[in-house]
Design a protein. Structure first.
Ligand code: TPP
Lengths: 388, 291
């Protein structure tokens, strides 16, 4: 990894360096704005420490190749943006079904389709949760600074190894292309998690039998365990099965693996929420404007606070419910889409508070002033509900 | 590919011993129909593994989706059954990051040349050191007999009820022109040549492609009025020509003989070449950059 110290670094570069610090030794990708700098950095850096980089034929291949590398025992990553992320949905599902640790970076740009390749948006938040077919439990980190591109990429690797699943780092064009101060800690100060290995000998091992934490230990290919890995519904031996009971047991566990460990995985940040009448919920680049908006609103006498999900999935649902129950009247979700997380917030309040939206369609982030204007209008009762 | 030891005495071994040694018995019964050629392909592969003496703990089988892609599940090794068409991309990740593993891929004609066509040509181009055994039954078997990119023009399929209007791909020619360094094609009727060929494919340090022409008695024969497996095997005999004979006729044959070549499918070892594999090139780069 890089020499510890303080650097002036671009978000995408910090992401690549975070991966390297986490122990990633394989990267496969396909060029796309605004994620290409991650590929370019990896291509340059990997031969220096026995890693390998492959530019694949497309994003279907990129994600599939990193799943292969993971089963060969490596930590592996790919990076893309909307159009490529859509192509990855098939094998994101394969990774979730086969419980394959790896990291997928999606740097969001304006959509739908080719959209606004060079400009910011946050339209893929629900795709990371619901984009692949079938029921899944997922983990998604949303960085809002180059420093977090470094830190959360390491965390994404750790979570992927600990809970055995592909973890998404959901950046956006602005955070990825922003250059800021990044502190690279000493190697010994970085927590690194490795996948659990089976303790049973091969002849007694059930490769998909979970421990108490609902995660099965993982034997890599070539370690003598003769593991059969399939995207078909499988039993604890890993053998395909078409019965309802096996399906029920497997899918429930894959979802519970995240749901029941949510306390361990979940991360969010709060700012002045204690006495807040109105809480702004914002993530990624928008968080930066929202924080300033809260400060301006406080100066104007509005009791404003801020909640920033750092893991957008799992979502801080209990916390929002508590805040709604305990005095916060209004939630304002500022996001660069036509309303995605706003529905989640509305659901989590359980009707105990009102939920409003400050949407944007992409191209730029909100200004602090427009968020303040929205807060004022809500306080004055001028906005009936978030669909206005 | 890595062998257990350099010089090995190949002992006489029975078919039963082969089955006992290599198969994952608790996965039986298998899913294949009576008369299907996929079992023959598995059989020939196991004999080739035995002759070559590969270390099974260091051997990984991969596949996509389809009848033929079910094969890795029946072999008692690390087996990765991936998504439709993607096995070669998956295998690329395995081999590049762990070059000491022997990587073998089973694929179908639809898996390899339809949905996975792009991964196929790029895996050949990269000359990844893997062995690909493609079961070509000229149809989508698993899903019930739909037309494939390999279905001969005019043949019938459930989605080509008036006959296939499109010309067919030749997978082996595609492998050669895309950069594979060992390419062979055989029918499943006779065991010896395919067994030797798969063994040579395992020995080649680079992308090896063995195409096995294999009957789908359920989905293909019924629609194309081939009553029995014997008719299929006759078809192979009448329709194919050994690559050496093909070459000879092209050079020295009469006009009629040359005319007959047009409808023939070449079988045999179709291409062999020495070229560095991608793993070797990556290794060289790493050494260069370290210095
Ligand atoms: C993305 C996707 N599309 C379609 C399918 C359905 N499907 C499963 S197997 C198959 C065809 C397999 O044909 P082939 O590769 O020739 O193998 P065979 O069954 O003939 O051995 C198809 C279309 C799928 N599983 N995934």
């Amino acid at each position: 990894m890089m020499k510890p110290g303080t650097y002036f670094m671009e978000g995408n570069t910090a992401c690549a360096e975070g991966a390297i610090a986490a122990g990633c030794t394989f990267f496969a990708g396909y060029p796309i704005t605004p994620a290409s700098e991650i590929l370019e950095r990896m291509a340059k850096r990997f031969p220096e420490f026995h890693g390998s980089y492959l530019q694949m034929e497309d994003e279907l291949a990129s994600i599939t190749a990193i799943l292969g590398a993971s089963w060969a025992g490596r930590k592996a990553m790919t990076a893309t943006s909307g159009p490529g992320f859509s192509l990855m949905m098939e094998n994101y599902g394969l990774g979730l079904m086969t419980e394959t640790p790896c990291v997928i970076v999606n740097v969001m740009r304006g959509g739908p389709s080719t959209g606004l390749p060079t400009k910011v948006a946050q339209g893929d938040v629900n795709q990371t949760r619901w984009g692949t077919h079938g029921d899944v439990g997922v983990v998604v980190y949303v960085p809002s600074s180059p420093q977090e591109m470094f830190d959360l990429t390491i965390k994404a690797f750790n979570t992927s190894e600990k809970y055995r699943l592909p973890v998404v780092v959901l950046s956006d064009e602005m955070v990825s292309h922003m250059t800021e101060k990044v502190d690279i800690p000493k190697k010994e100060d970085i927590e690194i998690v490795e996948r659990k290995k089976p303790e049973e000998p091969p002849e007694r091992s059930l490769p998909f039998c979970p421990d108490e934490d609902l995660v099965p230990p993982m034997a890599n290919a070539g370690e003598g365990y003769s593991v059969h890995v399939t995207g078909l519904t499988h039993d604890e031996k890993g053998h395909p099965s078409i019965d309802e009971e096996t399906q029920n047991k497997l899918v429930t566990r894959l979802i519970d693996k995240i749901r029941k460990n949510a306390d361990d995985i979940l991360e969010y940040e709060e700012y002045m929420v204690q006495d807040a009448d109105i809480i702004v919920v914002a993530y990624g680049s928008v968080y930066r404007a929202a924080r300033e908006a809260v400060e301006i609103a406080r100066d104007k006498g509005i009791k404003a606070g801020l909640l920033r999900p750092i893991t957008i999935w799992p979502f801080p649902e209990d916390r929002i419910y508590d805040l709604a129950k305990n005095g916060t009247d209004n939630f304002l979700v500022a996001e660069i889409n036509f309303g995605q997380i706003v529905f989640e917030v509305e659901r989590c309040t359980g009707g105990a508070a009102n939920t409003y939206l400050a949407p944007r369609m992409g191209g730029n982030i909100h200004t602090p002033e427009e968020i303040v204007d929205r807060m004022e209008a809500i306080e004055e009762g001028k906005i009936p509900d978030f669909k206005e | 590919m890595e062998k257990k030891e350099e010089k090995r005495e190949v002992e006489m071994i029975s078919a039963k011993e082969i089955r006992d040694k290599y198969l994952r018995h608790d996965m039986m019964p298998h899913i294949f129909c009576t008369g299907c050629g996929i079992g023959n392909v598995l059989d020939y592969t196991l004999w080739a593994l035995e002759k070559e003496g590969l270390d099974m703990d260091k051997t990984v089988f991969l596949s996509g989706i389809g009848c033929s892609s079910r094969l890795p599940g029946y072999i008692d090794v690390d087996s990765l059954h991936t998504t439709h068409g993607r096995a070669l991309a998956f295998a690329t990740g395995v081999k590049i990051t762990n070059p000491e593993l022997n990587v073998i891929v089973f694929t179908g004609d639809g898996d390899c040349m339809g949905i996975g066509g792009n991964h196929f040509i790029h895996a050949c181009r990269r000359n990844i050191d893997i062995t690909v055994i493609a079961v070509n039954n000229y149809i989508y078997g698993m899903t019930g007999g739909q037309v494939a990119p390999t279905t001969p023009e005019g043949d019938y399929a459930t989605t080509a009820p008036y006959g296939n209007l499109e010309p067919a791909f030749d997978m082996s020619e595609m492998a050669i022109s895309s950069g594979a360094t060992y390419v062979a094609r055989w029918g499943v009727k006779r065991p010896n040549q395919p067994i030797n060929s798969i063994q040579e494919a395992l020995q080649n340090k680079g992308m090896s492609f063995v195409e096995m022409m294999s009957p789908c008695t359920t989905a293909y024969s019924r629609q194309n009025r081939m009553g029995s497996i014997e008719e299929f095997w006759d078809w192979y005999d009448n329709k194919t020509i050994l690559a050496e004979d093909h070459e000879r006729i092209k050079q020295y044959g009469s006009e009629e003989e040359k005319e007959e070549l047009k409808d023939k499918i070449k079988v045999g070892v179709l291409h062999k070449e020495e070229k560095k594999s991608l793993s070797e090139r990556i290794q060289e780069l790493i050494e260069e950059v370290q210095v």
